[in-house]
Design a binder for this molecule. Structure first.
Ligand code: DGL
Length: 250
């Protein structure tokens, strides 16, 4: 089991941000990343549909003997993680949630949480705010509408105008943006160009450390001294797989 793969999935390329962080801290593991671009965006779907989609991906990753499954998607985590844990009680899941705890721990004063329509309305986000926000902190939840899809199709012009449309009004007050969708971490440069003095926070490192912790606890770390392999599959097109490997090499 130690030598089996770490399985990850997302509604497309977004999970690459987590895969990249994982490879940095666990370079000798083998990875299988399933990009479900055909169903992108997840963020405007209902919970029942997302549960059906994510269950079939979990079945697939388990059929490939993955020793742990990383839900590299905030939307799938906030909508389905609890139900998936119930349905697959013997499987180790690590999920991704907006890095609200990080923003609160670092005492940012004016935080914008940008996430998909589903995540921004989810109970989980409000629970995280209730749990970690200090009195003097101000947290605003903003829906990124179809931003994940624009990133998936790489429409740079529309991405910039959507970011301006959604975030300009907070420009003079916000000191940090929580990138509450894994796709958003792929366009950090665009955020930085438009909002240069604002901290960008995401959960990539946190998720990776949690995967390491889980594997250590369960004695499932791959002890090989050789660099591991990365396999990427995409439910929509081969071109997206090529783009994904290019991103990992940057
Ligand atoms: N990358 C995903 C997330 O973290 C989902 C984007 C989408 O398909 O809406 O939420």
């Amino acid at each position: 089991m130690q030598n089996e793969k770490i399985g990850l999935f997302d509604s497309g390329l977004g999970g690459l941000s987590i895969l990249k962080a994982l490879v940095e801290i666990l370079p000798n593991e083998d990875y299988l990343f399933y990009e479900d671009s055909i169903h992108n965006p997840y963020g405007d779907k209902r919970e029942e549909e997302l549960f059906k989609i994510t269950s079939s991906i979990v079945d697939y990753l388990l059929s490939k003997n993955c020793k742990i499954i990383v839900i590299a998607c905030n939307t799938a985590t906030t909508s389905c993680m609890k139900k998936l844990r119930k349905k697959y009680p013997d499987t180790i899941f690590v999920g991704t949630v907006p890095a609200i705890k990080v923003a609160c721990d670092y005492d940012y004063k004016d935080v914008v949480v940008l996430s998909t329509p589903y995540t921004s309305k989810s109970k989980r986000v409000n629970e995280l705010i209730d749990c970690f926000k200090k009195e003097e902190q101000n947290i605003t939840i903003v829906s990124g509408s179809n931003l994940a899809n624009l990133i998936e199709i790489n429409d740079k012009e529309k991405i910039r105008s959507l970011l301006l449309d959604k975030l300009s009004k907070y420009q003079n007050s916000m000191d940090s943006i929580v990138l509450g969708c894994t796709h958003y971490s792929l366009i950090k440069e665009e955020f930085q160009q438009l909002f240069p003095n604002v901290a960008l926070l995401d959960g990539c490192l946190g998720v990776s450390l949690e995967v390491k912790r889980q594997l250590e606890n369960k004695k499932l770390l791959n002890l090989s001294q050789k660099k591991g392999t990365i396999t990427i599959e995409n439910s929509k097109s081969k071109d997206l797989i090529t783009r994904s490997y290019e991103f990992l090499e940057r």
